[in-house]
Design a protein around this ligand. Structure first.
Ligand code: ARG
Length: 474
């Protein structure tokens, strides 16, 4: 996974002294409660967003005359040093300081004194964490958008070479009608294109600023929320302070997007596994995406595709987890919300890695054209073409359907394809059949005939390839 390495946490038995809210408390927190309630083990991943949010907040506080210019300078210097310490691994994360926010704030105060203590003016961890998660997620959304485009490009480029490669199209997993391999691949491009649209939509609603809502009710300091939003690149501010600190629907929407996208990946992965099996033999995968068996020497297993399929389970599970997390929460912030992070992080990591590896693997697919074509010839895939032919000769469709069913029955009994029945045999079934039927019963004839917009005819498919290439350029 691509998550950052997690530094060890230090635990200090006298730690309660360091807690930001400890003056009221007369007994220390037990180690178990400390461990149970702390989030720093995972939310330290938000540190960049946390520092960016603090810098924007501090600059606004100074511009509004709430803190002095000297304080702002100290805060900037301190946060700059903290960023360096975190990056070079020397920052000491402390469990007793609960979360990323208090860890950074405590270190800031240790470095610059009172200015560090002034930073939290007009702010609460409630609007702070909501801001951090949104900022962090926005960055991940932008990375995922690029990865989704890469996935689509890999499929489009493979498709570009196979507008004329015929395979059986299936319904009910039964051979239905011939389609091109390109057409089949482009179906997935459509799915991923819609995923990208959904993601762009999620981004708009994620990109609104909670900061300024403070604990829940807003604040009495003269904050300029619009300017903080501009500094941080938010498109607007959350308009209700209670909503701002408490709802996580942007995370739910993101998670729903990710679950749908992983389901699309999983369907593709499933087909890759099937196509690579001996029973289909439609494709081969590069060795680097397969593993062997410790007991069966002949095996080359498509593990990467299987895992992509399997990992859809956890992403779908995270969506259920987040929905359930939100469901019973009264307004406003509740500590429950701390539980949004691990599922969200794992969703991002799983989806990003899966899109990366699947795009790579698709680029390395070897297509076995002959096997695809042989399979398309087996299941009477051109039966509909024969019926359509008869309709063009004036027969009502239902009668044509029945005549062709008879033809298929005879062919089945003889163990041959429709195209192998003689003209005389066909004419005995339906006198309107003439010599020109031969062209209709070929796979390529069938493909070319489906030239409706969105159909499998090579001219249509190549037009789609061009459209996708233009859409995905740049
Ligand atoms: N670690 C907390 C979270 O992830 C930060 C907010 C804590 N706020 C509070 N009032 N305890 O939600």
């Amino acid at each position: 996974m691509s998550s950052e390495p997690q530094p060890a946490l230090s635990t200090d038995p006298l730690a309660n002294k360091q807690q930001a809210w400890s003056a009221l408390f007369s007994e220390p927190m037990s180690q178990l409660v400390q461990r149970y309630t702390a989030s720093v083990g995972f939310d330290q991943r938000l540190w960049r967003a946390d520092i960016a949010g603090s810098l924007a907040h501090a600059a606004m506080l100074q511009a509004q005359g709430v803190i002095g210019a000297g304080d702002l300078a100290d805060i900037r210097r301190g946060l700059g040093q903290i960023a360096q310490e975190i990056e070079n691994g020397s920052f000491v994360w402390k469990l007793e300081l609960e979360d990323v926010h208090l860890n950074i704030e405590a270190r800031l105060t240790a470095l610059v004194g009172d200015a560090g203590k002034r930073l939290h003016t007009g702010r609460s961890r409630n609007d702070q964490v909501a801001t951090d998660v949104r900022l962090w997620l926005r960055g991940e959304i932008d990375t995922l958008a690029l990865l989704l485009a890469g996935m689509q490009r890999a499929l489009v480029e493979l498709a570009a070479a196979h507008a004329d490669t015929v395979m059986p199209g299936y319904t009910h997993m039964q051979v239905a009608q011939p389609v091109s391999f390109a057409h089949h691949l482009l179906a997935y491009v459509e799915m991923f294109a819609r995923d990208a649209e959904r993601l762009a939509d999620v981004r708009r609603r994620t990109n609104r600023l909670p900061l300024g809502a403070a604990a829940l009710a807003g604040t009495s300091y003269p904050l300029d929320r619009e300017s903080v939003a501009r500094t941080l690149g938010f498109e607007g501010v959350c308009q209700n302070s209670l909503d701002a600190v408490s709802d996580r629907d942007f995370a739910l929407e993101f998670s729903a997007f990710a679950a749908i996208c992983m389901v699309h990946v999983s369907r593709l992965a499933e087909e890759i596994v099937l196509w690579m099996s001996q029973n289909f033999g439609f494709i081969d995968l590069a060795d680097r995406y397969c593993t062997g068996s410790s007991i069966m020497p002949q095996k080359r297993n498509p593990d990467v595709a299987e895992l992509a399929r399997g990992k859809s389970g956890r992403v779908v599970g995270h969506l259920m987890g987040l929905l359930t997390l939100m469901k019973g929460q009264p307004l406003t912030y509740n500590k429950d919300n701390q539980e949004d992070k691990e599922p969200l992080f794992d969703t991002v990591d799983t989806l990003a890695d899966t899109l990366r590896i699947m795009a790579e693997m698709v680029g390395g697919i070897t297509v076995k054209k002959e096997a695809m074509e042989r399979a398309a010839l087996k299941g009477y895939a051109t039966a509909t073409d024969l019926a359509d032919y008869l309709v063009k000769k004036g027969l009502p469709f239902r009668d044509a359907h029945e005549a062709v069913a008879h033809a298929v029955k005879i062919a089945l009994q003889r163990g041959v394809d429709l195209a192998e029945l003689s003209l005389a045999e066909l004419q005995a079934l339906q006198p309107r059949i003439e010599a020109d039927v031969a062209a209709v019963l070929t796979l390529r004839g069938s493909l070319a005939a489906r030239s409706v917009l969105g159909g499998t005819a090579p001219v249509q498919v190549l037009a789609q390839v061009a459209r996708h290439r233009a859409r995905l350029a740049g």
